[in-house]
Design a binder for this molecule. Structure first.
Ligand SMILES: *Cc1c(COP(=O)(O)O)cnc(C)c1O
Length: 369
């Protein structure tokens, strides 16, 4: 539908201007979908079984309060149950928390490029995005983010490891940053890839909650736990802030299927974390191989790597697609590639070898010498 088709219906102009969310292209037959940071492993039988048991009650509204899952999460994180809030994916939690704190005339500060959903969520809340450029190594420039805070700032989002570039925020960086942030300004620490992190210097948000009354940590079952289709994530933070998020939520949006799948996944945690460790090892090997090929690859701590293809992004994206690999291109910046099936890696490295060979010397994606 074009603007004209709306027949003059008055819509918010900033909403009409939002580009439609582009989901990763589906993989071609016998290809690999490496565009959405999904977990390549299918769900465990115990998880499928738990979900199947909910199907006979589809006529009933869900137990959306989710006390059993909240209690389980509170226990494992050593917090009160009032400090845990469930959402239909952590994107839903981001939307609630941003809307609860920021509206017309308010500013939301975050690093850029970062998670694609942030700009749209801020716009829908009626607030204004303040994007602080990433450091050249793809990490957050936290001193610059602190300097971007004004009287109008209501939320700061910190994404670690940063999607799509990969580096973590370190504990030291985060604590120096929090020391400069007013205590009444909401800070959202988005730890969507927490379980994949292998850098010991990384910040770990939940133990810091007792130090900072303005901090909320976001986690998800979509990535490490492989439940992307079911949409379930959680926030841990001050009860009063989470109550405000609940007030901004669409009621009953956490389904029974997602809740029991999350519980079954916690029961099977050892097995799932073994998979995560395998993916993290595959990631490190992939990154090393790319560096060996001549790529300049940022530190990778999620389940993805970033290639700084710059002006060559669109052409490189086509080369991957022609080889049966769907990746996520952000022209004219770079390409994010999820760490998927082991069989995808060899194919991938053939394509990247070709691309880097043809990058001009002095290209930011290419190592010197
Ligand atoms: C994938 C992702 C999320 C959330 O995903 P959900 O499926 O909504 O839980 C949140 N933040 C970042 C940075 C992500 O990459």
């Amino acid at each position: 539908m074009t603007d004209e088709d709306a027949h003059g219906v008055r819509l918010r102009p900033e909403i009409v201007a939002v580009p439609a969310y582009k989901q990763g292209r589906p993989a071609p037959a016998d290809g690999f979908k490496l565009s959405s940071n999904e977990n390549p492993y299918p769900p465990l039988p115990s998880v499928v079984e738990a979900v199947a048991a909910t199907l006979t009650e589809l006529n009933r509204y869900p137990n959306a309060g989710g006390a059993d899952l909240r209690e389980r999460l509170a226990e494992r994180h050593g917090v009160d149950v009032a400090q845990v809030h469930l959402g239909s994916g952590s994107v839903a939690l981001l939307a609630q928390l941003i809307s609860a704190a920021a509206g017309q005339g308010d500013e939301v500060v975050y690093s850029w490029r970062s998670f694609e959903a942030y700009p749209g969520l801020v716009t829908v809340a009626g607030a204004t995005s303040v994007q602080v450029p990433n450091r050249p190594d793809g990490g957050h420039d936290l001193p610059a983010m602190a300097a971007a805070i004004t009287d109008r700032t209501r939320v700061v989002i910190v994404c670690t490891p940063n999607n799509p570039t990969g580096p973590v925020v370190t504990a030291a960086e985060f604590e120096a940053f929090m020391a400069k942030v007013p205590r009444d300004l909401l800070v959202l620490l988005d730890e969507a890839y927490y379980e994949f992190v292998t850098d010991d210097a990384s910040v770990d948000g939940i133990p810091l909650l007792s130090h900072y009354p303005n901090l909320v940590v976001l986690r998800t079952f979509s990535k490490a736990y492989g439940l992307a289709a079911l949409r379930i994530g959680y926030a841990v933070g001050p009860a009063a802030v989470l109550n405000a998020a609940r007030s901004a939520a669409i009621p009953l949006s956490v389904t029974d299927a997602s809740r029991v799948a999350a519980l079954a996944s916690i029961d099977a945690e050892d097995e799932l974390m073994e998979r995560v460790a395998r993916i993290a090892m595959r990631r490190d090997k992939l990154r090393n191989a790319l560096i060996e090929q001549g790529w300049n690859v940022p530190e990778a701590n999620g389940n993805f790597v970033w290639l700084d293809t710059g002006a060559e992004t669109a052409a490189a994206n086509d080369a991957f697609f022609d080889a049966g690999l769907t990746v996520r291109a952000f022209p004219p910046e770079g390409i994010r590639i999820s760490v998927g099936e082991q069989e995808s890696v060899e194919k991938l490295l053939e394509v990247t070898a070709d691309i880097v060979r043809n990058l001009p010397n002095g290209h930011p994606g290419k190592r010197l010498g």
